[in-house]
Design a binder for this molecule. Sequence first.
Ligand code: MEV
Length: 379
Amino acid sequence: MLSFTVSAPGKIILHGEHAVVYGKPALATSLNLRTTIHLSGNDGSIFILCLPSIDINKAWEVTDLELLYSTIQEGNGSIPSSPDTATLSRLRQFTDAEDGNAKDLAIIVFLYLHSQIIGSRGSLAALRVVVGSDLPVGAGLGSSAAYSVSLAAVLLVLAGQIRQIPNSWTREELGLVNSWAFEAERIIHGNPSGVDNAVSTYGGLILYRKGEALKPARGNSLQVVIVNSHVPRSTKRLVEKVKERLDKYPEIIRPMLESMEALVVKALDTMQGFENSDANVCYDILEELIDINQSQLNVLGVGHLSLEHICLLCQQNDFHCKLTGAGGGGCAFVLIRPDASKEKVKTLIKSIEEAGYMSWLTSIGGSGVTLHESMPLSS
Ligand code: MEV
């Protein structure tokens, strides 16, 4: 019986979030936290979609899906495309979707990619699709991109558009996954830059600029503590907020975006210069850039009191921290210098957790979207 598993990583943006929406570069890296999708054939006529982490457990008659797909735009798995307005409203109607609801969006994205990649005309196979994830939802760690990327890959394997051979996907196959995932991200976030799905697809450290070929970046692997403020927020709304500020104060905000670009270039130079420079000097620079970038993001209007509080706790413990992703809550990361003693890191984590935040000590980097021979689901 048909059965396989695909996983894709979350991400942190080290520098360049929001500016990347305006064509500036962002420096981002994959995380060792992943979303995993297991697909298997299903005897009978029921199609099952489960995302236990956000409480989705759907069962549809295959014939109902066939009927739905016959009324929406016709898909072609090898040509990624956006949904037309009629298709989106038909999918919304089918799922009884409320605007901006994360659960509804996950189901709509599933139905859209399934209909377009597998084909929206003709008979469908009954399947069971189970999604597990280590990533907190809506926290800035790329949970929606990891979902979109692993879903696109699973469906493209099923459609025979990419090969079902572990560790063998070519740049072209990954490009197709990335492009479909970007379409899914557009449904979820409105006007994303594409950085999240690119990191999740290709993995590692990347320098991303909208519309340009992706540049894998060489750089020292860094240790970070990720801190979840537990303040929920919407990437779509925060991207709109920056746009409103830019439209209102173009002379003030545009130079800030230029300055963020210069900061990304400096951060990348520093990360690449470790081999030929004094590591202490490099870490001093990286810490200062973190502080500067956090202030820049506050100027764009995407800070939050909880993030300021987390930065203050870090400062009190002699660490440096900035928000990552869209901001407005969500997650921040703290740079851990290699010479920081275990005791000092423990004290930092204790003070963060005593203040009610959640944290993980992790190293960054790691593989992009991956097909597994057979792997148990993360819960
Ligand atoms: C979200 O992870 C990053 C933003 O820059 C939005 C985007 O790039 O699409 C805030």
